[in-house]
Design a protein. Structure first.
Length: 391
């Protein structure tokens, strides 16, 4: 059988399965699980793939699931990835399907993503005889800690992938719209822990001590010059100190201070410059402030780069399915470990509008609630994109 009207077929099938996907999403939302703890979530995914007759592996990268849909003809392998983990946030939405797991919440919409990929799987399973190649369905744990993609890749999830597609709900886009950014669209993310050791003593006699709080404060000030004075102005970069831990009371100079920081960059040159500068400043602090510094600097994930050769057919497919509903946006200094897959195959990351009318929602907050219509929109967009690439 030849499919002459994929737009209508995909739209009608997405509408048919939408209530079931919303039900799955709400169940996942009520039972959020943190990074590498997604056993219940993975079980629901595996059960749904089994119901659809899609072969799959569980336990990939710890709690990940990988399904495979074989096309009717030889061709490339196209991977579509969704993340599954929640955040350590106490939900305040008051919804009847709000989190039942105290202190855990799907505040980034990964429940939306999981349900969306299950819907994509359902449609592509029916279209499989008309596809060339295969579709790899990647349900990933631990995106929020930027470790799940690497764990799944170590377990073979990226082997022989020719094209990779990712997506994320976007509350600053109204539901029904889609977005993208050209080139590097999300930043590399690195992090560091700096332990500064001084000599504790009485606050009334600072000359008899070596104050690590003063040294740490000097470092916080100095590190602000990394972006302003060392990184090329046309290369976006962010250095942020997110934690300053030291001392216990008013009248004691503590023995140590612990700083935690993050570095975000879009270009490799800026990434290298920032790391070298932070190392140099930590070393210099030892001489200038008489302290001992221990720096643990970790490169986490590379920037996420959208490849034109993948972006073009995906955007064309979205337009063919929905019309002119695409907004070109800017790169974000946020990070996504889908970049680990994008570093191994040409990739594109689609932004799916999830902003509900009358709301001003933001990701990672206790009141976040995306418009659930974004599930069906994402299903249609990525199913159509896969059809256009593999049919």
């Amino acid at each position: 059988m030849r499919i002459n009207d994929p737009e209508r077929l995909i739209r009608e099938e997405a509408a048919r399965i939408a209530p079931g996907l919303v039900a799955i999403r709400r169940d996942l939302h009520a039972h959020p699980e943190l990074a590498f703890e997604e056993t219940r979530t993975a079980g629901i995914v595996a059960a749904e793939l089994a119901r659809l007759g899609i072969p799959h592996r569980t336990g990939v990268g710890g709690t990940g699931v990988v399904g495979t849909i074989e096309g009717g003809r030889p061709g490339p392998t196209l991977a579509i990835r969704a993340d599954m983990d929640a955040l350590p946030i106490h939900e305040e939405t008051g919804l009847d399907f709000a989190s039942r797991n105290n202190g855990k919440m799907h505040a980034c919409g990964h429940d939306i993503h999981t349900a969306t990929l299950l819907g994509i799987a359902s449609i592509l399973k029916d279209l499989a005889p008309h596809l060339s190649g295969r579709v790899r369905l990647i349900f990933q744990p631990a995106e929020e800690v930027l470790q799940g993609a690497a764990a799944m890749i170590a377990d073979g999830a990226a082997e022989e992938i020719d094209i990779a597609l990712g997506f994320h709900n976007q509350p600053d886009l109204p539901v029904g719209r889609f977005g993208f950014a050209r080139g590097a669209c999300l930043a590399a993310s690195d992090r560091f822990d700096l332990v500064i050791r001084g000599k504790s003593g009485h606050a009334a006699h600072p000359y008899a001590a070596v104050d690590p709080i003063v040294a740490a404060s000097a470092f916080v000030g100095q590190v602000q010059t990394v972006v302003s004075r060392e990184v090329k102005p046309l290369h976006p970069a962010v250095v942020t100190i997110g934690a300053f831990q030291g001392g216990t009371t008013y009248n004691i100079i503590p023995e140590r201070v612990h700083l935690k920081g993050t570095v975000r960059t879009l270009h490799e040159a800026a990434r290298n410059t920032a790391e070298a500068a932070i190392r140099r400043l930590a070393d210099g602090l030892q001489t200038s402030m008489r302290v001992a510094c221990s720096l643990d600097y970790q490169r986490m994930v590379p920037p996420l780069v959208n490849e034109d050769r993948v972006m073009a057919p995906v955007l064309a497919a979205v337009r063919a399915q929905f019309g002119e509903v695409i907004d070109e946006g800017e790169a974000s200094m946020g990070s996504e470990d889908f970049s680990e897959f994008a570093a191994r195959a040409p990739a594109f990351h689609l932004r799916i509008g999830s902003g509900a009318p009358g709301r001003d929602d933001r990701l990672h907050n206790a009141f976040y609630q995306p418009d659930e219509a974004c599930i069906g929109n994402g299903v249609q967009a990525l199913a159509r994109a896969t059809w256009e690439i593999l049919a």
